[in-house]
Design a protein around this ligand. Structure first.
Ligand code: CDP
Length: 220
């Protein structure tokens, strides 16, 4: 069972993925953390992103799943640079392989895998069993992100501005832009509580499971 969750920053992907991973015993990968791990390495090596693409590509080759567990990846500065290095096609090719290997490794004793990001349902796992796309208004997403990082109300405007810039970069890049897969279930989370979003996502997974079960028993 492969479940994908895509959507822009602050739409609730992380919380929903965590809930579903627990409910269905799924192995989880937050794919944004791979891009963030690379961005952190680029910052630490003081690489100039506009002139030293080769060095960024070399660092991408050293990114591993373990690197996603390190501290210091949650900062907005890191997220912002992540969306800049994520434009480089060779970086995506390298990180895509890590994500596909994760999705297709035997996840025993798990029931399956869940990956969240921007292009999981469209590029990484187009064959996924259930694809969910989360959206929300940019105002609400900025408010959630500000709360998440413990910012005061006067940070809201700054967070909102950075987030809109990041959205634009993610939506308009040439390779694997943020978009919902044709067969994704879209949930607009603007006016929903997190519990409502989680129940709706779980409902979609249950529907897919029942459909798969019925079609395999009909074929048997
Ligand atoms: O947590 P949030 O949604 O704010 O961001 P994230 O998922 O940690 O991703 C950080 C950045 O990595 C995004 O803005 C994207 O530019 C990039 N990313 C991507 O290009 N493809 C993915 N599958 C995941 C993240």
């Amino acid at each position: 069972m492969i479940i994908t969750i895509d959507g822009p920053a602050g739409a609730g992907k992380g919380t929903v993925a965590q809930f579903l991973a627990q409910k269905y015993n799924l192995k989880k990968l937050d794919t944004g953390m791979l891009y963030r791990a690379l961005a952190k390495a680029v910052l630490e090596a003081q690489i100039d992103v506009s002139t030293q693409q080769e060095k960024i590509i070399q660092l991408a080759q050293q990114v591993t799943i373990d690197a996603t567990e390190q501290e210091g990846l949650r900062k907005e500065e890191v997220a912002n640079l992540a969306s800049i290095v994520a434009i480089i096609p060779d970086v995506r090719t390298i990180l895509n392989q890590i994500q596909r290997d994760f999705a297709h490794a035997n996840p025993h004793p798990y029931w399956g895998v869940i990956l969240d990001g921007r292009d999981i349902g469209t590029v990484i796992c187009p064959e996924a069993d259930c694809k969910i796309f989360l959206t929300a208004s940019s105002e609400v997403r900025a408010m959630r992100r500000n709360q998440q990082i413990g910012g005061t109300p006067h940070h809201h405007h700054e967070i909102s501005k950075i987030m809109i810039e990041r959205d634009m970069r993610d939506q308009n890049r040439r390779v694997a832009p943020l978009s919902a897969a044709e067969n994704a279930y879209t949930i607009d989370t603007t006016y929903l509580t997190i519990n409502e979003v989680c129940s709706r996502a779980a409902y979609y997974i249950d529907q897919v499971y029942l459909k798969n079960k019925n079609s395999s028993s009909i074929g048997a």
